[in-house]
Write a protein that binds this ligand. Structure first.
Ligand code: C5P
Length: 220
């Protein structure tokens, strides 16, 4: 496969002070599995990884470690133009503290208020600048009205495909080694998987990506 793909994976950490941050439970397993699958097929992979304790198996994967959503945003904007597509698997923090304290915030008996500002939406930004020859895949992790919300996100962020995993499905989503997904394109539902290992789910996602790429380039 003579192609280059950007993959984002893992959580982001938004610093509060030198010892604290706002994060989430993403393990990075799904994103790393997709990066490995694409690399196995011979693609060049640029993996933008948030703070995770995972290692890449395939030595050809170019891994760029970032911590915050802003760092992930900068790295994605830098590398996306040379890519044939991007798979946005990272659970990017939606908000970051307005002010980062230089000193550890002292514990007092008073309530503490943190003012948060919204982080940039990386997938939506890439959706706004993507060329016709680039495929953009996003993820949706929902707890209610799943399918409707996934379709809305696909259109709002100008994605070609969206992968839905529902927190209502047992064994799906954060931390698990398994996942269960539905894939939608602009016309609606195109694929439903069973509960499988994330490595097998990655195979399904990459297969659907290549079918979509063939469709987008008029080969189908
Ligand atoms: O809007 P929501 O966070 O549910 O969208 C999820 C999708 O958007 C995922 O593909 C995620 O990687 C991406 N995303 C992003 N930047 C953000 C928030 C989400 O790239 N700030």
């Amino acid at each position: 496969m003579n192609k280059t793909y950007l993959v984002t994976a893992g959580p982001t950490h938004e610093k509060i002070d030198p010892v604290r941050y706002i994060g989430n439970y993403s393990s990075g397993k799904m994103g790393f599995a997709i990066a490995e699958r694409l690399a196995f097929l011979g693609a060049k992979v640029i993996l933008i990884a948030g703070p995770v304790s995972l290692h890449c198996q395939n030595p050809t994967i170019q891994r760029i470690d970032v911590v915050s959503a802003s760092e992930m945003y900068e790295a994605c904007l830098l590398h996306f133009p040379v890519c044939d597509g991007a798979v946005m698997v990272a659970a990017v923090g939606d908000f970051a503290p307005m002010v980062v304290d230089n000193q550890k915030i002292k514990r007092t008996s008073e309530n503490l208020f943190l003012e948060l500002r919204p982080n940039p939406d990386i997938a939506a930004t890439l959706g706004g600048i993507k060329r016709k020859d680039q495929i953009l895949v996003g993820f949706a992790l929902e707890t209610d009205s799943d399918e409707e919300k996934a379709m809305l996100k696909l259109h709002k962020k100008n994605l070609d495909l969206i992968v839905l995993n529902s927190l209502n499905d047992k064994g799906s989503g954060f931390q698990h080694d398994t996942n269960q997904i539905k894939i939608f394109d602009k016309s609606g539902l195109i694929f439903t998987s069973g509960l499988k290992q994330k490595l097998e789910i990655a195979v399904d996602i990459v297969n659907k990506m290549s079918e979509t790429e063939d469709f987008l380039s008029g080969r189908r």
